[in-house]
Write a protein that binds this ligand. Sequence first.
Ligand code: 4AZ
Length: 286
Amino acid sequence: MRRSVVRTLIRPLAMAAAMTAIPLMEAAPVAADSVVVGGYPIDVSQAPWTVALTSRTRFGGTRAGQFCGGVAVTRTVVLTAAHCLAEEVLGAPPDRVRDLKVITGRTDLLGSEGAEIAVQGARVNPRYDASANSGDFAVLTLAEPLPQSAVVAMASSGDAAYAPGTEALVSGWGDTTGNGAYARSLHAAHVHVLADDVCARAYPGGPDGTFQAESMLCAGESAGGPDACQGDSGGPLVASGRLIGLVSWGSGCGRPGSPGVYTRVSDVLRVLKPAAAGRRQPHRKP
Ligand code: 4AZ
């Protein structure tokens, strides 16, 4: 039986830190029954689309201000989770956080490789529902372009990469233990895409949250183990060389029967497409 624990939903690193200051009875046992989140260190060149979302003024410099992940989908566009940009996290709307940056091409957050690029604009999905945690994505525009080699293609709906059983890689600088051990160096874990009915049975509603197949997918291992965790939010889940998910939520980390839940990237495309199509229309003279 799954223990009833405080939800670890919608809590990027900053919110988790804020919450540990609150002596919630249920807060302590989070992930105490989980195995170690079974990832391994990688070099950023193995998942070059992975970026760190940072603000040193808000989160301090010990981990270069990293508080969420993100993924480059064009040379100037990074996707992240909507919940990463919530006012409870940033303390202000994202356009008021002056040093909001992405770090690209850097394995060790405290190293100097790669580049730090300012976020010029941030748009939270207008259909994001924080209470259901659905539509959990935001679009960041960068002040300078990334190299094309840092960009990953998004998988459209119907792409075979979404098929249950597909092996996928999730990457980020989040918690590697489920107990607040945030990584300084980039980590990754192999997980398998799970069938929607498996995800719906894992998260049928109630305190652990509700799985919604239209806007979410879930991935993990039936024995538990490898999984995304706090601080990885907004980061990429890539299968067959294409982006299928953004780290979004889950009950604990790496627990058997509680797979990681991801924003479904085909739904991101569905929401973004009307805007992109609008921009492509030629200007007509009256
Ligand atoms: C979080 O709080 C979080 N195990 C992210 C991913 C998962 C759980 C929690 C998935 O940001």
